[in-house]
Design a protein. Sequence first.
Length: 320
Amino acid sequence: MVISIVIDGEIVDSMAKCFNTSKVNIKPLDLFDEKYYPPRNDEPEKVAMYLAVLVALDHRLSRPGRPYEACLEDGCYHGADLLYRLGKKIYDYEPDFYTPKKLSRITIDDIRKRFNIDGAEVPDPAVRALLLKDLGIKLLKLYNGSFMELLKISGCRLRGTIDKPGLIDLLKIFRAYEDPVEKKSFLLVKSLIARKLYQVCDAENMEIPVDNHLTRIALRTGLVKVRGRLWNYIKSFQPVSYTDDILIRYVVRIAYKEVSRKSTKPVSYIDDILWKLGRTTCLRDEIPKCNVCLFKDFCIARKDKRYMVKEHNYYNTWYY
């Protein structure tokens, strides 16, 4: 059966108009919030390493029937919020955890000890340990143990040439950042820019970091329309292949880039809004809050429940 994946230009226009109006009452992420991130004036190397490690760990934290959530002394946290809250506590009391030397010797037990709490167990601790160990070893061997040196070598370019690779090119050497759709890479770049640790001189190459939340919104609104075998898999939430996952997310990435072009908003802003919308409104495992959704006026899933899909089913990954 033939697969068809297309971007709906009318939905692109409608979504762009939404981002240009005062309807958006969702605040972008605050990367200076000290519950989750290092203090504003901390050393650039320490902050960059913190971001590189947490982004490397940030994938598939909650699984069906196994939410990653816990209540700490200062509140209850879920998913990425819990990961970053625990990560910040480690940063405060055990800052050397984020050094390449420490990461190069990390074990599965190190991951469990720091990121399992009160019944919340981080999935795939062996994979996460491998990703951090790989990050630490390669930073030591290739960049003198300095993430800031890697940023300097990129010369402010996201995309480069064989002789002068850009930052996205350089990140691919690390297992945590090898996703062909570059979700973690662009999430890290977005975070580094927000913390004023990196300046980009080819902003036209900035892309949105596509995860399951952004994909779900694209499928439900009709921004991206899938037909054929793959749509049957999505509707029934059957697992899709490695190639199918890349294909879906890559088209979603192109679609949101077009939304950014047609609006006045950069992809980093659009990503923040969509990610929060996916976690609070366009829910996967609970009844979506369609009446308060930013896209309620044109979302096809609100009108036709056949499009109210969860998202495509692909969990065997550390890409997102």
